[in-house]
Design a protein around this ligand. Structure first.
Ligand SMILES: Cc1cc2nc3c(=O)[nH]c(=O)nc-3n(C[C@H](O)[C@H](O)[C@H](O)COP(=O)(O)O)c2cc1C
Length: 384
């Protein structure tokens, strides 16, 4: 496999100390709320918000992979209205020129030859800005739709590793290849054209368990994780643990990213009031109950009691490090996250258009003053 890395157009490897992105505009974002202003993934909304982020120099536009909502039998519920991440990524790539575009893929839902070719095609459309976010799948009802029963936890990652290994070979090998493993048999497999990025597009992985962390540190360029604490000292420990593990076990440097639901207002009281309005008064009770029921059965190491405590957190934005406050306090928190070793952070808002406008107007200049980001001009290359 070629070792040379050549990804000149992918801003994930650019100079900004703290990279930023948006998460989940192929669906309604991450908040589990019934307020009317919740984001709707019409194509106009998707492209408008992608362009706003792209033109402000955001490094990442990330689609999640979800095939149905959390409530069985409710096919019209907004939580189940989700655009396919690959075709979303292709369309967003065409409409943008700077940001890396992330397609998220559940390994059990797509054959590696199909995934390899789709990714190469999006890498070409985006001129080398694709990132593949790989997930093993955890939500039983989603996978059952494919006749792909949820595997036992470690087997999910064995399957994912074999799946990704085949994709990497298809991206890099110039001859036809044979493969016979535990999950796939491939006879004289090939995929042309190859992706633009060398040796292949960066990989992101969001495994949170020990097995997931090992998989991410061995196979991914970006580990996407939920920070377990509110305490910056704990953030540093958690982030360091990934980076050290990658270095010591596999001789690899990994970036660590997380994501953050955000409420930015002129005062903390206003921000808290909006959080209460959308995540408490108007929580999407049925989806939250459905998610808790699903996770209680499948999530490793989490008691139902712990999951209950996460109710507000899930309503506010599906977990993550909540950023609720003024521009100054949010910038300060982002600075602390960066000082703890975080490389990048994805934002989700209830109303992405409003959130992007406030952030770009008020927080971005503070991040630039603090040296966390460089001023961006969309008509200039940020790095050569
Ligand atoms: C920030 C973040 C984003 C995630 N996005 C998705 C997703 O889009 N689709 C999905 O099925 N799982 C997603 N997951 C779940 C992970 O793939 C993984 O199943 C979860 O973190 C549990 O880790 P484990 O598999 O190591 O137990 C996400 C997890 C995190 C932390």
């Amino acid at each position: 496999m070629p070792e040379t890395e050549d990804r000149p157009n992918n801003p994930l490897f650019g100079p900004n100390r703290l990279k930023i992105g948006i998460f989940g505009t192929n669906g309604k974002g991450s908040a589990q709320t019934l307020v009317p202003e919740i984001f709707k993934p019409t194509w106009k909304n998707v492209i408008d918000t992608a362009r706003i982020a792209d033109e402000a120099g955001y490094e990442a536009i990330v689609a999640y992979a979800r095939w149905k909502g959390y409530i069985q039998g409710r096919v019209d519920h907004p939580a189940g209205i989700i655009l396919d991440p690959f075709t979303y990524a292709a369309g967003v790539a065409q409409a943008t020129s700077h940001a890396a575009i992330f397609a998220t893929s559940h390994a059990p839902t797509i054959h590696p030859i199909a995934a390899a070719k789709q990714c190469a095609t999006i890498d070409i459309i985006s001129n080398g800005r694709l990132v593949l976010n790989v997930v093993a799948g955890w939500n039983k009802p989603e996978l059952e739709m494919f006749g792909a029963p949820l595997k036992e936890h470690s087997e999910r990652y064995e399957h994912l590793a074999e799946w990704l290994g085949i994709i990497k070979r298809l991206w890099t090998e110039s001859e036809e290849l044979d493969h016979e493993g535990n999950f796939f048999k491939i006879i004289r497999g090939m995929s042309m054209p190859k992706p633009i990025q060398r040796p292949y597009p960066p990989i992101m992985s969001a495994g949170g368990s020990q097995t997931g962390r090992r998989f991410a540190c061995e196979n991914a360029d970006i580990c996407f994780l939920l920070l377990h604490s509110e305490d910056p000292a704990e953030w540093r420990k958690q982030i360091d643990a990934y980076k050290r593990f990658g270095r010591e076990e596999f001789g690899r440097e990994v970036q660590v990213w997380t994501y953050a639901p955000m409420v930015q207002r002129d005062t903390l009281a206003e921000a808290d009031a909006y959080l209460d309005y959308y995540a408490v008064q108007n929580e999407d009770r049925d989806s939250i109950d459905g998610w808790i029921a699903g996770n209680a059965a499948t999530a490793q190491g989490m008691s139902p009691e712990t999951l209950q405590k996460l109710r507000l957190s899930f309503a506010a934005g599906g977990g993550g490090t909540r950023l609720v406050g003024t521009a100054e306090s949010i910038a300060e928190r982002l600075h602390q996250l960066s000082d703890a070793g975080l490389d990048g952070i994805l934002f989700t808002w209830v109303d992405f258009r409003d959130g992007l406008a406030r952030f770009n107007r008020d927080v971005m200049p503070i991040l630039e003053q603090r040296g966390l980001r460089q001023p961006f001009r969309s008509n200039q290359r940020q790095f050569a």
